[in-house]
Design a protein around this ligand. Structure first.
Ligand code: FE2
Length: 312
């Protein structure tokens, strides 16, 4: 199977209206809201990237990858025991199958979902530096304070009970490649965290589309979902905007040393973590895997250790 990209995430939430308000302030755009379902997209041309259904419990209900062809869906059914191919009742149409990871997480594969024209971006940042003053003789305009323009969903972080028992499925079935993997102190064979990227051969892809993190209490859950903003200027301004609206900050703005991306993480009304990212490393399939002791790794090169609330 040839995965093209992460396509969307799905949640069940307590109240669609408060979820929509937060998500709009975060930067997502409403495609459809009805009593039972909220569908939202980014500014980057996807038909949708986030789906919420109303329910009594707030739970993560899965995520989806776009695949290269319908033959990939047929292969998923034939080789990996995916559910039968179904037609999607969603914006942009298309077809899908559902796989289930070793922890019971639903992973959909979809094909044939139409895209829409992307929205406008801000003028690219031009940064003056002592090595190269690129802006000369002009007063630089500032962007308006408001929700971030988001361009695509980039990755999901998952809490899983056992990294070692989960990793083979993501490698063997989805074909993902570990970028950075972390082991327990002094025990290189016992790995507990990993960032996995798509296998697109020599095409460049994000450092990770899935992060697998072994949970302390054995639970399976979504740790965070992450959308690409235009640049770190957009993230700092989004941070200030979300703060002005009284939302709960988790962690940021910071920069991860592995993957290099600038991150900013907030909580939605159901306490799900929503992240913006920019400036991630882009790798080929041939760029390999790094292995680290988890105790040797900083998580933010700009400031602090991760707050307990990042993992709680
Ligand atoms: Fe992330």
């Amino acid at each position: 199977m040839r995965l093209k990209s992460l396509h969307h995430v799905k949640f069940q939430v307590n109240d669609l209206a408060t979820t929509e308000k937060f998500a709009q302030d975060f930067g997502l755009i409403t495609v459809e809201i009805c009593p039972d379902r909220l569908i939202m997209r980014t500014n980057g041309g996807d038909s949708y990237a986030y789906v919420a259904e109303r329910g009594d419990a707030a739970v993560f209900t899965g995520f989806a990858f776009e695949v290269e062809s319908e033959a990939d869906l047929e292969e998923a059914v034939r080789v990996h025991k995916a559910s039968p191919i179904r037609t999607l009742d969603m914006p942009g149409g298309g077809k899908a199958v559902t796989l289930t990871d070793p922890n019971g997480i639903a992973v959909d594969l979809i094909h044939g979902v139409a895209r829409i024209p992307p929205g406008e971006a801000y003028a690219p940042l031009m940064l003056n530096s002592p090595l190269n003053y690129v802006r000369e003789g002009r007063f630089e305009p500032k962007r308006p304070l408001g929700p971030a323009k988001l361009f695509r969903i980039g990755h999901v972080g998952l809490f899983i009970p056992s990294f070692m028992a989960t990793l083979p499925w993501y490698v063997d079935v989805l074909g993902l490649i570990p970028s950075d993997v972390y082991h327990l102190p002094g025990q290189p064979g016992i790995r507990i965290v990993g960032f996995l990227r798509l296998n697109r051969g020599e095409e460049l892809v994000d450092h990770h589309c899935v992060a697998l993190m072994q949970s302390r209490g054995g639970e399976t859950a979504c740790h965070h979902i992450s959308f690409e903003a235009q640049d770190f200027e957009a993230q700092f301004m989004s941070h200030r905007y979300l703060e002005s609206k009284g939302y709960e900050l988790v962690w940021g703005v910071g920069r991860h040393p592995h993957g290099s991306h600038v991150f900013d993480v907030w909580r939605d009304p159901d306490r799900n973590r929503f992240e913006t990212f920019t400036d991630t490393d882009r790798l080929r399939a041939s760029d390999g895997t790094r292995v680290h002791g988890i105790h040797e790794v900083e998580m933010d090169v700009w400031s602090s250790d991760p707050p307990d609330r990042y993992f709680a």
